[in-house]
Design a protein around this ligand. Sequence first.
Ligand SMILES: Cc1cc2nc3c(=O)[nH]c(=O)nc-3n(C[C@H](O)[C@H](O)[C@H](O)COP(=O)(O)OP(=O)(O)OC[C@H]3O[C@@H](n4cnc5c(N)ncnc54)[C@H](O)[C@@H]3O)c2cc1C
Length: 441
Amino acid sequence: MESFDVVVIGGGPAGMAAALGAAECSILKEYDEAQSISPPRDGRSEFTSQAPKVALVERALMLGGILNQCTHYGFGLTYFGEELTGQEYAKRFIDKVSASDIRILTDTTVMEINPDRTLTITGVDGGFRKIKANAVILATGCRERPIGALPVAGSRPSGVFTAGAAQKMLNLGGYDIGDKFVILGSGDVGLIVARELAQRGKEVITVIEREAFCGGLERNRMNCLERYGISLNTLTTVSKVHGSSRITGVTVVDMTGNENHIECDALITSVGLIPERELLDTFTTPLIERETTVAAPRSSRLLPDWLFLCGNAAYVHDLVDDVTIESEQAGRMACAFSMASRFDSTLHAISYSMSSMDHTPLLGAGGMPLGSVECNSDNHMYAADMSASRDSSRAQIGATPLTSKVVCIACPKECEAHITDKGWVGLACGRKVPVVVEQTN
Ligand SMILES: Cc1cc2nc3c(=O)[nH]c(=O)nc-3n(C[C@H](O)[C@H](O)[C@H](O)COP(=O)(O)OP(=O)(O)OC[C@H]3O[C@@H](n4cnc5c(N)ncnc54)[C@H](O)[C@@H]3O)c2cc1C
């Protein structure tokens, strides 16, 4: 059976960054067991160097994950200091991974993570088999909540797509998926797909949102809806789908119960992302624990210490740059754990190799602290998720107008900007002329 220090499941931005973080973990040195002395805490010279053996397993034909279908700009500002398309961002990491010693297994699916640290995999290269790992990183991303999970009446005709599926068909398949669209859900993915349809000359009738505010970034609301004259109907939802073989329309209902029929031949749903963590079912049986983010220490304690999570599999991220930064750390930690588990004095080695890594604050949009990667008492990585608090501040927009602020929407960082006699301040990018929009908060 092939054996690795670290096996990363999922070859999206999280998996690629984690694999690179693990492979580049050069501070790790193997302790020469023949000398049978404890590894010193400070004397790194007594360790002999050894590169970790890392595998990256991806079920798709190529690495890149969801980024492969993202032809729009909005990626890379925090990490690379420049704005890239999703495909360009992915390409930089695909090139890096391809040039490294990481064993890449594409077209290969991980079927099961077993308690004995073996993984059951199946793929073109080697068929159905098991591989062994000292540490495993789950970077499987998330999937979209389907319309079947919503209380929407009516039949299930063709022409109803999740936003991600629609984007894949449009951008990668070149399919024509309809002419008159209603979008359900105003999160970033729904807004971006609305724009992509409008750019193709399709009629996007409206975006339906059950909350009182737009769910996506202000930048995306401006650039994807306002710029293309697409209306946003808040405090409404789709209550019924009409049509037998193909969708012919939807019933939209508002909070007071008023119903409105809209004719359309396609409905795009963008109603939430669910972290893809079914492979953990072996370890986390109670349903309630599966509903909590694994980023929280409570649920991470249910996992074995050799299992790490990162990217959207840990919790849903707005920005891929944050995914990359956190996942690199997860990779380094998994590698440190793996190498340390070769020694008897595991704790020694872990604290030694992790001393520069734990409790490192992560920067999110606008340089705001996003969360931190820490080790709990089981030496298990978790990323403290502060995205919820960011969402609640965003949720205030338009809901309870208190004061006004000026926000730059030139990039996804959405910095709050102020004009002074010295020019614009508060812009993390140092831009001289921001693209500003006034918001209430
Ligand atoms: C439409 C859209 C627009 C976006 N726009 C932006 C933007 O403008 N700016 C920005 O910064 N971010 C944006 N994002 C967010 C960003 O793309 C995500 O945060 C990022 O892709 C998450 O990375 P990930 O690696 O966790 O997940 P993914 O990219 O989903 O990768 C997960 C990978 O795991 C693989 N996998 C799953 N299960 C298995 C298994 N059992 N075995 C093997 N492989 C498996 C999948 O095939 C997939 O390749 C956007 C996302 C979408 C969907």
